[in-house]
Design a protein around this ligand. Structure first.
Ligand code: EPZ
Length: 430
């Protein structure tokens, strides 16, 4: 099984190109099935999640031509099935974005009910509420969500919780409904805005994305488009915190600094220097990190997907910090792994109380989920000695060439497949 082998202690220094946003790409790939014309998508991140969603789309007859590693041409004129098989949903929950897309275009879709995952229950009641408000019948049978209707009619929908997925799914269905839809209490994440911009480039009529009220005028047809996905603010934030934790000097390039404001603000608060330019942000960690308090919130608050990364940094800071996870109910599972590296963190419910320690020491650790896995790699980069990270398939779901980008910044990290390769790494790093 593939692992990351890491020898900590090197400050990360240099520049790293940030890829396309995974969570924007998943929504945009699904939305590309809503037209019979060809769609060209650029700056697509080459990660496991996008690969799996493309496979799910191909399984129902969507033609996907990969022009290069980050560019695909999609044509959904010959979809022959409206049921997305279970094994795709098991691999990535976001396959359920095809529900909203196919319901909007064909008035019918069937997708396996996604289970919970390592960070929480992750219900989809708000997605279902939205589809029903648009006039669709939605029933759950044999583990499938089956939704269909003769007519999809615009409506006024008030989401009970701020949900990225529900906002995205309902926006897609409403884009081709008859009449007007208002989504209140909508998510404002950059990838919600990116999807709205993409749908509008296909002829949709969506206003207000990025605010908590999105107004949609349904259109009968969408046309082809050429679209470039926004940079991934979570990948960028992960490298920014890697700079902080390793006392480095890293510039993340090809980013939108505005999307990183809450991350930059926290890095400044704990003593890093942060320099913004048009499409890059430089983080310099010359001083010992200070403590702070953080609560994860929907955008533009501090992102839940950056919670493990800031906890790793605060674990090495001076003083006591408090991190509250307000989005998911089980997103501190990785703290047990961090404790094995010497962290001093007490988790009570959805709050972590962190007493900073001098240093982490290398250990064998397991990635419980995508972002926690990336955070544990960062901990390994700062730790004394060698760490081995298991279950890196989680990390590769959302980080393209993660270890290669880290190597380019001076990290001593390799992907190893066997005990022998691990021993070779240990001999190499000494
Ligand atoms: C998206 O998940 C992201 N995934 C997550 O990123 C991210 O952590 C999350 O948004 C929050 O930003 C994708 O975009 C593919 P939500 P999503 O619906 O849409 C509750 C990663 O690392 N809720 O905004 O599932 C839910 O339980 C992943 O890339 C309901 O109660 O998140 C949670 O507590 C991890 N009912 C809260 O809302 C619903 O119908 C926010 O969830 C839907 C959600």
């Amino acid at each position: 099984m593939e692992q990351y082998a890491i020898k900590g202690g090197n400050p990360l220094v240099g520049e790293v190109e940030i890829g396309g946003a995974k969570n924007a790409a998943l929504a945009i790939l699904a939305a590309a099935t809503m037209t019979d014309e060809t769609v060209l998508i650029e700056n697509l991140p080459d990660v496991r999640d996008t690969k799996v969603l493309i496979q799910a789309m191909e399984s129902i007859g969507v033609i996907v031509n990969r022009i290069d590693r980050h560019t695909v041409k999609i044509n959904a004129a010959h979809i022959h099935d409206l049921t997305i098989e279970d094994d795709y949903i098991k691999k990535i929950r976001a396959s359920y974005y095809l529900l909203g897309a196919l319901l909007g275009k064909y008035r019918k879709a069937e997708v396996s009910l996604p289970g919970g995952c390592n960070i929480g229950l992750r219900p989809i009641d708000q997605h279902i509420k939205g589809f029903r408000a648009l006039g669709a019948n939605v029933r759950i049978e044999h583990g499938l969500i089956i939704t269909e209707t003769e007519e999809l009619r615009g409506n006024h929908i008030y989401l009970d919780v701020v949900s990225v997925g529900a906002t995205i799914n309902v926006m897609m269905a409403a884009a081709m409904a008859t009449g007007k839809t208002t989504i209140e209490n909508a998510a404002k994440e950059p990838h919600v805005v990116d999807l709205a911009n993409f749908l509008n480039s296909m002829g949709a009529d969506i206003k207000g994305a990025g605010t908590d009220v999105i107004r949609i005028k349904g259109v009968p047809k969408l046309h082809g488009s050429e679209y470039t996905i926004i940079p991934d603010q979570i990948e960028a934030g992960t490298f920014m915190f890697a700079a902080a934790v390793t006392k480095g000097d890293v510039t993340v390039k090809n980013v939108i600094p505005k999307h990183l404001e809450s991350i930059s603000a926290k890095l400044l608060e704990i003593g890093c220097e942060v320099e913004e330019s048009d499409d890059a942000v430089r983080v310099v960690a010359a001083k010992p990190l200070g403590h702070t308090h953080v609560k994860t919130l929907p955008y533009p608050g501090f992102p839940t997907d950056m919670q493990p990364q800031i906890v790793v940094a605060l674990g090495l800071s001076t003083g006591t910090s408090i991190v509250t996870e307000s989005i998911f109910e089980n997103r501190f599972k990785y703290v047990d792994e961090l404790t094995r590296m010497g962290a001093n963190i007490k988790v009570e419910g959805n709050t972590a109380i962190i007493d900073g320690v001098e240093r982490y020491t290398g250990a064998g650790i397991t990635a419980p989920d995508l972002r926690a896995g990336a955070a544990l790699v960062i901990a390994g980069l700062a730790a004394e000695g060698v760490s081995v990270v298991d279950d890196i398939k989680f990390i590769e779901r959302g980080y393209e060439d993660f270890h290669i980008k880290l190597q380019s910044l001076g990290a001593q990290i390799d992907k190893v497949n066997t005990e022998r390769e691990l021993q070779k790494f240990k001999l190499k790093v000494g």
